[in-house]
Design a protein around this ligand. Sequence first.
Ligand code: ADP
Ligand code: DAR
Length: 346
Amino acid sequence: MNDKNEFPELPADCKSQLCKHLSKELFETLKDKETSNGFTLRQAINSGVENIDSGIGVYAGDEESYTTFSGLFDPIIEEYHGFSKEDKHKSNLDPADLNAPNPDPDGDFIVSTRIRVGRNVADLPLGPAISRDQRNDIEHQVSGALNGLTGSLAGTYFPLQGMSEADSTQLIADHFLFKAGDRFLEAAGLNRDWPEGRGIYHNDEKTFLVWVNEEDQLRIISMQMGGDIKEVFTRLSNAISEIEQQVPFSYTEHLGYLTSCPTNLGTAMRASVHIALPKLAADMEVFEKIADQYHLQIRGIHGEHSESEGGVYDISNRRRLGVTEVECVQDMYDGVVAMIAAEKAL
Ligand code: ADP
Ligand code: DAR
């Protein structure tokens, strides 16, 4: 990280939101500001400075970052989410409001369904500015709440620190284990003290997971094979409600649930299916047209920045802020119904 007073020289072909919105004038205005946690502009932009192939390139260190550095965050939020600084977020996690009968009861297309939200603990810094002790306290508080879950959510918490070879192998085999975050998270300061304070919880049925202190302080995940999107959402909604009774989440009327990356603000939800659409994928123009119509992203199946394999794609909602959780899932569901119809018609 170079001198905080030096405007970072970013290449002319840099495409990130950071490059687009951080003028030298704005840099001069913000460079000496810091939040009450001591988080600086230079820290907020470091990921995009070190990774010029970033899509966004900035991370917030705490709730205050979104006001202290609003000159940079507001235009990025407006462009990514279509959400102005006057807009207000809204939340609705009620499964009764989701119209989603299983779109693929015979399992001809949808391999698996996963719906996740990011959450951060109220009144504490976010990952990029959290201290080692605060992060360890979060692990203690969150794992305590998780170990108190009952019924179908009952399960086990696995700290990454000192994890046995057997547990690690099983969690990798289940595709549950997250590794030290990617270079974008590294440069954002989200991997500090790794693996201390990090861990994974999953229920006995392996349909519910919580990642602790990865990119966000909680990633609450419901997932199962097949396309019963409503069942996955109902499990997630119930789990969020149970956890929130023990752990207060960081939330504002304007930005909804706060996250370190501005792309996850609001619902912080990504609702996805892994779906086989070989004929539709042969006509990417039609495929992408349907995705755009339902505000969806087409991605690879091994997470962010990955490619599709064997004609299976990860289809998920792109809208997260200014829409409710029910609307995020409805976006994905309605788009998947349209994609399956298009595949059948080809
Ligand atoms: P996030 O959902 O938090 O943005 P990623 O897109 O990186 O994170 O996905 C995290 C992991 O979850 C990856 O290993 C990915 O393969 C897996 N995953 C995502 N969606 C699904 C799905 N619908 N079915 C099965 N696994 C999924
Ligand atoms: N890779 C960073 C973040 C993009 C959004 N993905 C998250 N938050 N996992 C970038 O700026 O491209």
